[in-house]
Design a protein around this ligand. Structure first.
Ligand SMILES: C[S@@+](CC[C@H](N)C(=O)[O-])C[C@H]1O[C@@H](n2cnc3c(N)ncnc32)[C@H](O)[C@@H]1O
Length: 232
């Protein structure tokens, strides 16, 4: 089974229970997703009908939050897991938002072009580092001039030797947020697919891809939100 297939299988398996566990497994949930929403609504406040693509959209959590502050936006949600996308379609059926849904591996398939924004949450860390770098360049090329890429991501601690401490800190926070041992075990199993890169490496790859104004807007433990703009 190739990597993409095993990721699809892992997320297909949890699609119907995914949303309920999120605030416990992402203990900084409100500030983490809230930062991505704030960055997108600020960047696109003067764009009449922004086109926004969510990479690894899953159940549509991030896109739905962004749509609350940008009700005129048109969304494309891409995910390799058909069952996660099915949940996203259900979520958007009760929202007054325009959305298209694509089941695909965004590392292999063509990206929507002339987008005003690409957003992504907790997904790109499933790619190898060389594929992350290639994706950043493809996102840059697919953005309209002045467009923004916002990545709310799980990053590797620096130096790598503090990884065990970082994971222990996350587990403590998950338990404090009410997370069960079953939820932790299931999350740890999915995390075997993770290939997290450090924040500093990712910011460097963003600049190398051509992005300007590359900056981190939020960081807590392994959770980081950064963005960059394509020059107008
Ligand atoms: C942890 S979930 C995050 C979902 C959503 N963005 C959120 O914040 O709740 C990661 C998602 O990325 C998707 N994914 C991982 N690698 C992918 C790839 N190469 N192409 C498309 N989707 C991918 C998985 O199927 C999964 O739905």
């Amino acid at each position: 089974m190739n990597t993409g297939n095993s990721i699809a299988v892992a997320f297909d398996a949890v699609a119907t229970i995914y949303d309920a566990a999120r605030p416990r497994l992402v203990p900084c949930f409100d500030r983490f997703y809230g930062t991505a929403v704030r960055l997108s609504s600020h960047a696109l406040r003067n764009t009449a009908e922004p086109d926004i693509t969510d990479l690894g959209a899953g159940t549509g959590l991030l896109a739905a939050l962004v749509s609350q502050s940008l009700p005129q936006a048109r969304f494309t949600l891409i995910d390799i897991s058909a069952d996660m996308i099915e949940q996203a379609q259900k979520r958007f059926s009760s929202l007054d938002a325009q959305a298209a849904f694509i089941v695909a591996d965004y590392a292999m398939s063509a990206l929507p072009q002339d987008q005003d924004a690409f957003v992504s949450a907790l997904s790109i860390h499933h790619l190898e580092d060389c594929d992350k770098q290639a994706l950043f360049t493809r996102i840059f090329d697919a953005l309209a001039p002045g467009g923004i890429f916002i990545n709310a991501e799980q990053v590797a601690p620096e130096p790598p030797a503090v990884m065990a401490d970082a994971l222990e800190g996350w587990e403590t926070d998950v338990r404090a947020a009410g997370g069960s041992e079953d939820e932790l075990a299931s999350a740890r199993e999915r995390m075997t697919h993770d290939k997290c890169a450090s924040e500093s490496a990712q910011l460097e790859w963003m600049r190398a891809a051509g992005f300007h104004n590359v900056a981190t807007a939020f960081r807590e433990g392994m959770f980081c939100v950064y963005s960059g703009r394509k020059p107008a």
